[in-house]
Design a protein around this ligand. Structure first.
Ligand code: ADP
Length: 253
């Protein structure tokens, strides 16, 4: 069984600033992985390369064995066309910090938009599945509301339902609670906690170190574009080996 996510030599610069500096990372199928580290460490950029929202300068990403965003020809990597990239993205859920719901669609319409467009599910089947997903994240009563009528926590739960609608085997979360008021963080973490342990592979970039310790099987600590340390959550968070990890954990816990 190939790794759910395999990253090798991931390197990327913005101008002279090296944001990712040769990252190797593996997440096994069914694992929950948390990526932690100070602001600007490159966590979001790394996550975004996993579904090719950001391009690497060097290195590659494989998801369940398949190269992402590129194909190999004559020993070189060539970028895929837009259509092939969209097909790969449809198999990888992505939950953004700022929800990214379509403002002109209802919550249910947001959830069923992709299954209708990509899977050509009949409208009634898609609606039934969409409602079941909204039930699962606890906002079935908001199906016909518009995003602006929901709290941030409810919008993020809708965004998670939307990510689930295409039944991805891998879901990427980019700081899913950092745009929320503190009292709304818990309800979103509860939904992610429920997803952990269902067999879906989750990769979560998060500031919530206590949550990472609770749900993650493996924690990756990044700083200045490098992967400094990784291992089981209890090890990296409770007994960090590297001084930079120790310093960071000391500040945030
Ligand atoms: P983190 O998620 O750990 O806070 P990011 O991946 O968001 O870090 O950013 C890493 C670095 O890359 C930061 O210094 C950020 O300013 C820079 N960066 C991110 N996106 C861009 C961009 N589109 N253009 C220029 N610099 C960027």
């Amino acid at each position: 069984m190939p790794a759910a996510v395999q990253i090798r030599g991931a390197t990327k610069s913005y101008g002279a600033h090296r944001v990712l500096d040769g990252i190797d990372l593996d997440v096994r199928a069914g694992q929950v992985a948390a990526v932690i580290g100070p602001s600007g460490a490159g966590k979001s950029t790394l996550l975004r390369t996993v579904n090719h929202l950001d391009r690497l300068d060097l290195g590659y990403v494989r998801v369940f064995g398949e190269l992402i965003g590129v194909r190999e020809r004559n020993g070189r990597l060539h970028e895929l066309g837009g259509r092939a990239i969209r097909a790969q993205r449809a198999r990888i859920g992505f939950v953004f910090q700022n929800f990214n719901l379509f403002p002109h669609l209802t919550i249910l319409e947001n959830v069923i938009e992709a299954p209708l467009a990509l899977r050509r599910h009949p409208q009634d089947v898609a609606r039934r599945q969409g409602l079941a997903l909204l039930e699962r994240v606890g906002i079935a009563d908001k199906a016909d509301a518009y995003p602006r009528q929901l709290s941030g926590g409810q919008q993020q739960r809708a965004a998670i339902a939307r990510a689930l609608a295409l039944e991805p085997e891998l879901i990427l979360f980019d700081e899913p609670t950092s745009a929320l008021d503190p009292e709304l963080v818990g309800e979103v973490l509860a939904v992610i906690r429920e997803l952990a342990g269902t067999g879906t592979t989750l990769v979560i970039v998060t500031h919530e170190v206590a949550f990472a310790r609770e749900v993650a099987d493996v924690v990756f600590f990044m700083d200045s574009g490098r992967l400094i340390e990784h291992g089981p959550a209890a090890q990296v968070i409770d007994h960090p080996r590297h001084p930079r990890t120790r310093e960071f954990i000391g500040k945030v816990l």
